[in-house]
Design a protein around this ligand. Structure first.
Ligand code: SF4
Ligand code: SF4
Length: 342
């Protein structure tokens, strides 16, 4: 790897001559668009060369997404199309993803700057991600996006620009204008404010390789089932496996908050929720004292944060709230049969 600052505008390049960025996100946070904007800024706005592409499963809000950006000098051809394995900048758009996806795979101290969308400090982020060492950046992208009326991707792009060090403001602004200016002109001011705040407010800290955590080399995901070993007819062998399902990584910052004293136990939320999140038990109605089913709360393991229940509840017993401001362990109510069998 050439870390010496080769000729041209790229501060560092890998052996193949590229500066590489990887974004780990979920559908709905705009990583794919962010990758396209940065790639176009470098190619069209700055006269460089490169490629930007994304990898995702079903095009559904909440499913994991990876976006890749590969930039090189103008006189180099792009002959690589594979995913970015060892990025110079690794931007993690959604903190909870780290629970289910190896987001830090391929991060290398001395090469990779890891940026996390979080309220944590860089030291807390390093511990949370169990990073071997290296440069860690943190930015509260959700908070900034909400304050500016923009989206997480704009804030993260600002932070990525700071870490990368070679993107030109005018080129990125023009690329954002091209992407959203005609369709959503009213959002431009907020988008540019979010970009600027991401750039200004990301905080970096460098950590030595002190043996606290092992390295996390990149490994290609190999599907467990293929054409040679898939069960006939797609039979599911692991009975009741949906109890292990964790949809919390699908949430994009908001949860429904249950206010028990306002609940009339009408059951509308239960009919509306697509994911069996509401926990009911037989008991006495706290208001009338009558026996019946009582809503105890929400099992947030299964809640994907769609907020449909908050719209359906006519009694104000379910209100949208920022997830980061809640102690999720304290407000989560587990389904009784899951508590017994676990
Ligand atoms: S819709 Fe509202 S009032 Fe009705 S059971 Fe659900 S939380 Fe309670
Ligand atoms: S936000 Fe409400 S309706 Fe949506 S998954 Fe969560 S509990 Fe169910």
């Amino acid at each position: 790897m050439n870390q010496s600052g080769a000729a041209g505008r790229l501060p560092v390049k890998n052996d193949l001559g590229f500066f590489e960025i990887r974004m780990e996100s979920i559908g709905g946070l705009g990583a794919n668009v962010a990758g396209k904007i940065l790639t176009e800024a470098a190619i069209i706005g700055m006269g460089m060369n490169g490629a930007g592409f994304a990898s995702y499963g079903s095009e559904k809000k909440g499913t994991p997404v990876k976006a890749f950006v590969r930039i090189c000098e103008a006189d180099q051809q792009v002959r690589v199309n594979s995913p970015v394995e060892e990025p110079h900048v690794l931007a993690i758009f959604h903190e909870a993803l780290a629970k289910s996806v190896p987001v830090t795979a391929g991060a290398k101290p001395g090469k990779t700057t890891v940026i996390l969308n979080t309220r944590k400090t860089p030291a807390e982020a390093r511990d949370f991600l169990k990073l071997e060492g290296g440069k860690v950046g943190v930015v509260d992208a959700m908070e900034i996006a909400m304050a500016t009326g923009s989206r997480v991707n704009m804030v993260m792009m600002g932070a990525i620009m700071k870490a990368a060090g070679f993107f030109e403001w005018k080129a990125v602004e023009a690329s954002i204008q091209e992407a959203f200016g005609k369709k959503y002109p009213a959002l431009m001011k907020g988008n540019l404010a979010a970009l600027k705040r991401g750039y200004d407010e990301v905080k970096f800290e460098e950590f030595p390789v002190d043996g606290k955590y092992p390295s996390t080399p990149f490994r290609r995901e190999v599907p467990k089932l293929g054409y040679e070993n898939a069960p006939i007819g797609g039979t599911i062998y692991s009975v009741g496996n949906s109890r292990f399902k964790d949809l919390s990584t699908s949430r994009t910052g908001m949860i429904p908050l249950f206010l028990m004293d306002k609940c009339t136990r009408c059951g509308e939320c239960d009919i509306t929720c697509p994911d069996y999140c509401f926990v009911w038990e037989k008991g006495k109605d706290p208001k009338t004292g009558k026996d019946g089913m009582v809503l105890l709360g929400i099992d947030y393991q299964y809640c994907k944060g769609c907020l449909r229940c908050t719209y359906i509840c006519k009694f104000g017993a379910l209100v949208p709230a920022k997830e980061a401001e809640q102690d999720m362990d304290k407000i989560t109510v587990k389904h009784k049969f899951l508590k017994k069998s676990s």
